[in-house]
Design a protein around this ligand. Structure first.
Ligand code: ATP
Ligand code: MG
Length: 363
């Protein structure tokens, strides 16, 4: 039987675990239309928490509600890509509605997209987009732009934000859903030209509850045509520790232990779980670790003596530094989505199992 789990980055899972609150809020915003604050939303979260999957899921939901969705990553050429996808993804509306003409707009090549000075021969990106939006409006359709991997060092990000703000002011039917690692999102928001984005709607994607993981796992297995014993399911949930990517890894590996059998067993989960842990280390933790500075690593190393959360005062003492030095790294690591403020002067590591990984790597 085909394995129904999707341990591939960016792929929408067969069943989303959790995230209902965000999904329903954003779908409500799409349905409410112009003026709804949810229509400008930024999702952040550490690697593998499901930002890209959620963006794609929302884009699909929007499309099924009559919105045209365009999906890009924040890379050079992004604005051109948005325009081209807008034209391409609206073409079905042209066929259905005779009035919908696109011949007036030519897709520009990169050099042609000018931002500042407009003249008739070289309409700006904003003018081209407004023309497309006007035609979409005739067909009663809105435009959702999703931008993944948001980063601060791309001028086109700032340009998009400033033009989008005009669309919103003009009460056009537009939505902008963005996602990125917390460091990059924070970096972007420091840019003075994007104050508009600082007032956007924010969601931090954290761990998913065991209950939600359990439900999504069971449904994924059952829809895949097999069953799972309660013990096996509860072990799988325990191994997942609320981490969406790990749910896919554990499910995928456990399934493959004996794909021809009717049920996924506890033994399948235990042996598959070992592979899953390995995958998680290689694909998430190694990358995350390589992105840390020396100071970040020293801060995290100073947390390893504690089973649970660590007191900032203890961390500073173990680092042999003043507490304001430690606070600086606390802030940095929180911005990277790796650390959570646990209240009363304590912090804990946000990514499940990352502490064990650090113990092995640094110990
Ligand atoms: N809510 C969810 N429930 C179950 N599985 C999920 C969920 N969200 C994402 N996944 C799965 O987790 C994996 C990682 O998801 P995704 O690629 O969206 O992460 P990401 O946050 O974009 O990571 P990165 O920051 O590295 O781009 C994928 O295999 C995806 O299918
Ligand atoms: Mg992603």
């Amino acid at each position: 039987m085909t394995n129904p789990f999707t341990p591939t980055f960016g792929v929408i899972p067969a069943h989303m675990a959790g995230r209902e609150h965000i999904i329903s809020e954003l779908i409500r915003a799409l349905e409410a239309g112009p003026g709804d604050p949810g229509l400008t939303t930024i999702l952040t979260g550490a690697r593998g928490t499901g930002k890209t999957a959620l963006l794609s899921y929302l884009a699909d939901e929007a499309s099924s509600r009559g919105w045209v969705a365009v999906n890009v990553s924040a890379l050079p050429g992004m604005l051109d890509e948005i325009l081209q996808q807008t034209l391409r993804n609206s073409s079905h509306l042209i066929e259905r509605k005779g009035a919908f003409k696109l011949s007036g707009i030519k897709v520009a090549d990169l050099a042609e997209i000018q931002f500042q000075s407009a003249d008739n021969d070289h309409p700006t990106w904003r003018i081209r987009m407004e023309e497309a939006l006007g035609q979409l409006a005739e067909a009663d359709a809105g435009l959702l732009i999703t931008v993944d991997e948001v980063r601060e060092d791309l001028d086109e990000m700032v340009q998009l934000a400033s033009v989008f703000q005009h669309f919103v002011r003009d009460r056009r039917r537009v939505a902008l859903f963005m996602a990125g690692l917390p460091t990059h999102v924070n970096g972007l928001l420091q840019n003075k030209s994007v104050s508009f984005l600082r007032r956007a709607n924010f969601h931090e994607l954290g761990v998913v509850s065991d209950f939600d993981i359990e439900q999504a796992m069971r449904k994924t297995i059952e829809d895949g045509g097999r069953g799972v014993s309660p013990e096996a399911l509860s072990r799988a949930v325990q191994l997942t520790a609320g981490f969406p990517y790990m749910m896919q890894l554990v499910g995928y590996r456990a399934w493959n232990e004996s794909p021809e059998r009717d049920d996924v067993t506890l033994e399948d989960v235990d042996s598959g779980g070992l592979y899953a842990r390995n995958d998680l280390q290689r694909k998430v933790f190694d990358t995350t670790f390589c992105e840390l500075s020396k100071g970040d690593v020293r801060f995290l190393a100073a947390m390893l003596d504690d089973e649970g959360p660590s007191a900032l005062a203890d961390i500073a003492r173990r680092m042999e530094k003043k507490s304001n030095y430690a606070s600086q790294y606390k802030r940095r690591l929180m911005e990277q989505g790796l650390l959570v403020d646990n209240g009363q002067g304590t912090v804990r590591i946000a990514l499940p199992m990352f502490k064990d990984y650090l113990r092995e790597r640094l110990g």
